[in-house]
Design a protein around this ligand. Structure first.
Ligand SMILES: [Fe+2]
Length: 179
């Protein structure tokens, strides 16, 4: 018994705990990836809004928004929301975030079937914009906090790696689809 105890590294507990909170939000790669994606989405939506009198720019930007959203949300669902769903403490947040993405997909599909010059298009686009901004706000506050508190740095780094790999795959698929 005594031998067993003496073999234990007395720092193990402390070391394990320290991996959870050593890095601040800015140093966590996963948050940088998600924040960059979110900024890109916001910029494209602003571009649509700022060019509401030019249907050509609007159409091009809408295609870009659709592609970026597809790449981002598929990678995010698999690398971040799936592990969150397996954790009791983050399960509901993950389901909620998934439903936000599903609603955004639905609005994107509806807008894709509408005439961009119709005033109804812009009315619906503003709802989509609001939904995406709400998702981003929710993600960058509540979800980031929960991820930081409930997952180790190693797990967050793994999510970041998966996110990068899946985004690359999605980008290649999106490119093939558009040929
Ligand atoms: Fe997201």
């Amino acid at each position: 018994m005594a031998t067993k105890k003496s073999r234990r590294n007395p720092n193990t507990r402390r070391m394990k705990k320290s991996t959870k909170s050593n890095r601040g939000f800015k140093q966590i790669a996963l948050f940088t990836i998600l924040r960059d994606d979110n900024k890109k989405l916001k910029d494209i939506m602003d571009n649509i809004l700022n060019n509401s009198d030019d249907s050509e720019i609007m159409s091009e930007s809408f295609i870009q928004l659709k592609e970026e959203l597809k790449i981002h949300s598929r990678a995010e669902e698999a690398s971040v929301y799936q592990p969150m769903k397996a954790n009791d403490d983050t399960r509901f947040l993950s389901i909620h975030a998934h439903e936000e993405n599903a609603l955004v997909d639905h609005l994107i599909a509806e807008l894709g079937n509408m005439n961009i010059d119709d005033e109804l298009w812009m009315a619906k686009f503003l709802i989509l914009k609001q939904e995406i901004e709400q998702h981003i706000e929710h993600e960058e506050s509540e979800i980031f906090n929960k991820l930081k508190n409930d997952f180790s740095i190693e797990e967050l780094d793994m999510m970041a790696e998966n996110m990068i790999t899946l985004k690359k795959e999605e980008m290649e698929n999106t490119f093939i689809d558009s040929i």
